[in-house]
Design a protein. Sequence first.
Length: 267
Amino acid sequence: MESEPTAELIRAQLRRLRLKAELSQEEFGKLVHFSGSQVSAVELGQRPLDRFFLKRADEVLGTGGLLTSLLKLAERDGQPSWFRPWLEAERQAQQLRCYQPSLIPGLLQTENYARALIRCDDTISDDEVDRRLSVRMDRKTIFQQPNPPKFVAVIEESVLRRADEGFRGLMVQQLDYLIECAEQPHVSVHVIPADVSVHVGLVGPFVLARGDDGGWIGHLETQLGGMVVDRDEDLAILLSRWESVRSEALPHRQTIELVKEVMTSWS
């Protein structure tokens, strides 16, 4: 859910700006393609804040993106407590190293791929799916900074080939996007080929971030949550394991050729 104090601020600002524009809820609703009762429900907190609604509201009210910016803040503050320190480390990182044995890393996922993964959990509502998807996509804005972090990802070949008939179209789109990302100067992707059957990375995924001060911080994610790693001895283990998995992976250019080969095999 959104951070409640920030969500209340968004609703208050929305109502203030609407009244300043001398628009009734019905009039405003027509402009943003919502009914008057839906506008009322949003302002009263009876309906979750909606990114599309707030984007249209920003355009209609000429806010310069104020409401959607506040929503991003609310979504960040609404993250589980175990994830917030890592989000902050990710935003401030000069370098990111990610090993992922089972999925395309979140920072390299398309919206459709990410949505399919989030929807695997059938215990969460459609609104929660949309919220988590929005947060995941928003994390990628770190690459739009003037000096984006250097992001190096190591994944398993099996990740590329995980696509049955119903999932294949989505995976073609994802792999095409992966190539597009990998051709950016600040992103490097490396695949561990399938004939490397056993290595230390298979114990589980991990991410490492290096800050301005040259220090490292790590993150481990599990089925029940995640853990930030900041003890020197633990970081030494993760850095050693990174060197191990990176040494097993193909060079950057060979990786891109392998991704293209997988895509061609499906056509």
